[in-house]
Design a protein around this ligand. Structure first.
Ligand code: PLP
Length: 422
């Protein structure tokens, strides 16, 4: 594999062209294993960023794409529709909380967030309240890399100062100070309440990742916090957007993060694991009321329509992925992974470099005191036979649901070993 060309010419996510961190060539992937071109094999602890729920090279998912390719790889969605899209949207409407009835399909998570924000703005504009156009987000949040999505990401880790003059100015309240299990105390919601009370006349929507703040800090928070946010949004007439792009489809132990709190958002974003890691696809769902209001507004339509909207290959594999998930004992698997992660990561707590260890659903996080050096840590983890991609102070895993106990043991052993050497 021409890794030299790669290093010289190809950007990778959040990469430097002058001081790149090591890149490994993958030639094949199967089950929970990635095969490198130097002959090594790795146990995958990342599910390719939350998405490969059933592992790689799955015969059922492969077949879904092959069959759809032989029927129709793509057709425009303007004025036309097709079975894979209809079937997928039926599933999404059925599985998500009941008030969510309308589906807008897009190509990636960031775009699903853009669409959600645009829906919120158009909703208020249609009611003669165009001044309601700001969003209230949580610190440590992550919602994607496009400009509107970036404007609601954590201002510090999102480096908002670099884009000061072009970025929409949004409101932020502090990241919930409670953990998932922390007994509830009312002061946890104080800062959020202050923000929404003060600014609700300008606020179109609140946007947050329910229960698990992912890429912005791997922070888990109390379901009561989310319930209180829902109540305050209702009280102050502000929409609630739940970004379930990372939490959706079982990862946290419930099908969606919102299920922990038994609430429904007004708008929900889905992505990442929706196709089981096979293709890029995302969806934004909203209520009948929002769709109705937008459609009766000045534009008369929702102002969005990507070229590859509802790509049939992506919809077909999403359908196969969701069926596979629902047919599997996923709750049991996630609970087993959760129990094992809690047990095997607990010893990390004793290590000097470690600040905190936490587990929720099939997500295990070791937070260090200091940021890691990826130039040395990444190759070390590969030497230990695992694919774990730390960032900042966080070394974490969210393995495919199909991982076997021995494979998970190898993953957590490697995490412990690498951290103990820091
Ligand atoms: C990954 C992620 C996004 C962005 O999705 P992309 O497909 O990378 O554009 C948005 N929100 C959350 C919560 C995510 O985890």
């Amino acid at each position: 594999m021409d890794l030299h060309f790669d290093r010289e010419h190809i950007w990778h996510p959040y990469s430097s062209m002058s001081n790149p961190t090591p890149i490994f060539g993958v030639t094949r992937a199967e089950g929970v294993r990635l095969y490198l071109d130097d002959g090594r094999e790795l146990i995958d602890g990342m599910s390719s960023w939350w998405s490969a729920l059933h592992g790689y090279n799955h015969p059922v998912l492969n077949q879904a794409i092959i069959d759809q390719t032989n029927t129709m790889a793509h057709v425009m969605f303007g004025g036309l529709t097709h079975e894979p899209a209809i079937e997928l949207c039926k599933k999404l409407v059925t599985l998500t909380p009941k008030p969510l009835q309308k589906v807008f399909l897009t190509d990636s998570g960031s775009i699903a967030v853009e669409v959600a924000m645009k829906m919120a703005l158009q909703y208020w504009h249609s009611q003669g309240m165009p001044q309601k156009q700001q969003l209230l987000s949580l610190r440590k949040g992550y919602h994607g890399d496009t400009f509107a999505a970036m404007s609601v990401c954590d201002p510090v880790t999102g480096m908002h100062h670099l884009f000061n003059n072009v970025l929409m100015q949004q409101r932020f309240s502090e990241s919930p100070r409670c953990g998932y299990d922390t007994p509830w105390e009312d002061h946890y919601i104080e800062d959020f309440e202050k923000q929404i009370t003060t600014h609700h006349q300008q606020l179109a929507a609140v946007i947050l990742e329910p229960i698990v703040q992912g890429t912005g800090g791997m922070h888990f928070y109390s379901p009561v916090f989310l319930q209180q946010v829902r109540a305050l949004c209702d009280q102050y007439n502000v929409l609630l957007i739940a970004d379930e792009i990372a939490t959706g489809f079982g990862r946290t132990g419930t099908l969606f993060g919102c299920n922990h709190s038994d609430i429904s958002p007004d708008i929900m974003c889905l992505g990442k694991s929706i196709t089981g890691g096979y293709m890029t696809l995302a969806a934004t769902l909203c209520t009948d009321h929002i769709a109705q209001t937008i459609s009766e507004g000045e534009a008369g339509v929702f102002m969005h329509g990507p070229t590859f909207m509802a790509n049939p290959l992506a919809c077909a594999v999403a359908n196969a992925n969701i069926e596979l998930l629902l047919k599997s004992p996923w709750q049991q698997r996630v609970a087993q992974i959760s129990e094992q992660l809690s047990r095997t990561l607990a010893p990390c707590q004793q290590l000097e470099a470690v600040n905190d260890v936490r587990v929720l659903g099939a997500i295990g996080v070791v937070e260090l005191h200091n940021p890691v050096d990826m130039h040395t840590l990444q190759p070390r983890l590969v030497d230990l036979g695992v694919w774990i991609r730390p960032f900042g102070t966080l070394i974490y895993t969210m393995p495919p649901f199909i991982i076997a106990p021995e494979e998970l043991q190898q993953l957590t052993d490697a995490m412990y070993q690498a951290i103990s050497e820091l």
